[in-house]
Design a protein around this ligand. Structure first.
Ligand SMILES: [Zn+2]
Ligand SMILES: [Zn+2]
Length: 170
């Protein structure tokens, strides 16, 4: 397995049997699930021809849907039927069974990081976590029990031309 790329940057070897893969030095989430095994990814949302993560979300006033990029660390979001205010905290649900997505850990911003499981059996050793606060950049990936650092990924792979940050088409 190739460990370093042409520029000598470290490429994190990532098991192919997992549902995530290295995708041009990025981690692409191919599948994720609620705690009841419902898929949260599909072609209802699309980011650069990649199937996106699709969640039900609620704030104090409205209920709608949020689409997230399946590329770990890429802060692209789309909202439907939901007007989001910077810094507000959302509640996330499975769009299929309406279950509250479970808390992974507290976020440094004071909100909670919610869990999306990488396997249908709700195993916290393989999951991604995203902060429930609009515009908080914190997200985590835990694979085989090990946390992957977004900072490490970003430092080794600065990309341009991608939309960073939140945008609302709702
Ligand atoms: Zn569900
Ligand atoms: Zn946060």
């Amino acid at each position: 397995m190739r460990i370093y790329n042409q520029k000598g940057m470290l490429v994190i070897p990532y098991s192919r049997k997992k549902v995530t893969n290295l995708y041009d030095n990025m981690v692409l989430v191919k599948n994720c699930y609620c705690q009841n095994g419902h898929s949260l990814i599909g072609n209802r949302v699309n980011f650069n021809s990649l199937n996106g993560i699709y969640l039900k979300a609620r704030n104090e006033k409205q209920e709608g849907f949020i689409g997230l990029s399946p590329v770990y660390g890429e802060k692209c979001r789309i909202a439907w039927d939901l007007d989001l205010a910077e810094g507000e905290i959302l509640h996330f649900f499975c769009p299929t069974c309406n279950a509250d997505l479970p808390v992974f850990s507290p976020c440094h911003c004071g909100a909670e990081i919610i869990t999306l499981f990488l396997k249908p059996d709700a195993d916290y050793t393989d999951c991604i976590g995203i902060c429930s606060r609009v515009n908080c950049t914190n997200s985590v990936v835990r694979s085989a029990g090990e946390l992957m650092s977004l900072a490490a990924l970003n430092n080794s792979h600065k990309r341009s031309g991608l939309i960073q940050g939140f945008f609302n088409l709702g």
